[in-house]
Design a protein around this ligand. Structure first.
Ligand SMILES: Cc1ncc(COP(=O)(O)O)c(C=O)c1O
Length: 433
């Protein structure tokens, strides 16, 4: 079969339901590099869909997976396996505070739905009269029914009918760059608006949990201001509401800490994980404190490919071991600081870049019509992305306004990769003017 981009695109049309995917067609990957079917090589500054913190096809992970596939792929229903215990024990060790008990599933959206289920059960067991959920505007939590209803991006719900779950609510996001109020004079109005929500929309005793990403990823690498997480935690504690941190995208070293929440000194009651948890193999997880997890009974949570997914679980354990052995959390911090400084230098001189921000190797750059109006410029963002692709760098465009360049490379990134990227970034900015 001919492998030209044109013929492959024809087959995409013929056999796949529409996806937000575009050429190149990637056929190989190793470390930071991927290769398309025509032999063009790119540096992957997205880590696949944000999952390859240890890079593509890491040799140790590949070996562990190959051995596991040759040994056991699934256990008979309702029997136990060792792989789930090994990974769960490791997760208890590396997650903050008293998070200890894990439920495994297949994806980020499933992890979110599993976390919400725990929170709702906990609220019911505590005798709360309601089990509503509060999420943030601009947030992303997945595309299943409940996780989509919690997602604060209406573009993802367009044409899908009424995707507003009656128990899912939203409060304003800590999106300082696009906020009319200025920090710190605002006194964290966005966090405080949770109290207003209880007054205007749903009494606090009818809320089971607040769910938020400690760093808002798909929204455009939005880092909440100092004190935000603590204020949310205080309000939740005051009203006996659980706090869920969705670490699906930000976890496993991406932000320069093993989990993003560690930057803010706040421990959630429940945490969700996926993406890099499985190092490219489908795997999600919900981890809770023993106290919160104690409400879950046999049968509350079960999925065919969860705890039984021994291949994914093996990849997950080896992935964490590699992150630790290769000091990738520290590398994400060092390289991320260097990268962000370079991006900030470009924002200083480029009239259509508004802000560079992020933590570790979770970076975003706002593309705007001009610095004063801050009007989003999605067309320019698209041009930058394709200009970079032409120079061999793959980046994303994200956010509710589709105007934030998303730069989330594998944590194995080197200074040389960054210097090459910045050289081409600067010439791309010149050429798209
Ligand atoms: C924070 C967050 N939660 C949940 C999800 C959904 O994960 P999945 O696509 O694996 O369902 C994503 C995906 O980008 C995410 O970034």
């Amino acid at each position: 079969m001919e492998m030209s981009t044109k013929s492959l695109l024809k087959e995409v049309d013929e056999y796949l339901l529409p996806l937000p995917s575009y050429p190149p067609f990637i056929v190989k990957g190793q470390g930071m590099e991927v290769e398309d079917q025509e032999g063009n090589v790119y540096l992957d500054f997205m880590s696949g869909p944000g999952v390859l913190n240890t890079g593509n096809c890491h040799p140790e992970i590949t070996k562990a997976v190959q051995e596991q596939v040759g040994k056991l792929t699934q256990c008979p229903g309702n029997t136990h396996n060792i792989e789930s215990i090994n990974l769960a024990r490791k997760l208890a060790e590396i997650t903050p505070g008293d998070l200890q008990k894990t439920f495994f599933c297949n994806s980020g959206a499933e992890a979110v739905e599993g976390a919400v289920k725990v929170a709702k059960k906990y609220a019911s067991c505590k005798g709360k009269p309601g089990t509503g959920m509060v999420a943030l505007e601009h947030s992303f939590h997945g595309r299943l029914s409940l996780s989509l209803s919690l997602t604060g991006m209406s573009g993802r719900k367009k044409g899908l009918g009424n995707f507003i779950h009656p128990a899912s609510h939203h409060i304003m996001a800590p999106y300082c760059y696009r906020c009319a109020l200025k920090y710190p004079a605002c006194d964290l109005y966005c966090a405080q608006s949770l109290e207003d929500f209880f007054l205007s929309h749903l009494p606090a005793d009818c809320v089971a949990a607040v769910i938020m990403e400690p760093l808002m990823g798909v929204a455009g690498a939005i880092v909440p201001p100092d004190g935000y997480h603590k204020r949310i935690r205080e309000i939740c504690d005051k009203h006996e509401i659980l706090l869920i941190f969705d670490e699906v995208f930000a976890g496993f070293g991406r932000t320069g800490k093993m989990f993003a929440s560690e930057h803010f000194g706040v421990v959630p009651d429940i945490m969700t994980m996926a993406k890099s948890l499985g190092a490219g193999f489908p795997l999600g997880g919900v981890i809770t404190s023993p106290k919160v997890g104690s409400v879950i009974e046999v049968g509350d949570n079960y999925t065919t490919y969860g705890w039984n997914n021994v291949v994914g679980l093996t990849a997950g354990l080896k992935n964490i071991e590699v992150i630790e052995k290769e000091n990738l959390v520290k590398n994400a911090k060092t390289m991320g600081d260097y990268f962000l400084d370079k991006l900030k230098e470009s924002v200083e001189i480029c009239p259509f870049l508004g802000e560079a921000r992020g933590l570790g190797l979770f970076l975003g750059v706002e593309v705007v019509k001009d610095k004063k109006s801050r009007t989003p410029d999605p067309d320019m963002a698209k041009k930058i992305k394709s200009g970079l692709m032409g120079k061999g760098h793959l980046v994303g465009v994200t956010g509710n306004y589709s105007c934030v360049m998303r730069i989330t490379p594998p944590l194995i990134l080197t200074k040389d990769h960054i210097d090459r990227f910045i050289r081409d970034w600067n010439t791309t900015l010149e050429s798209v003017k």
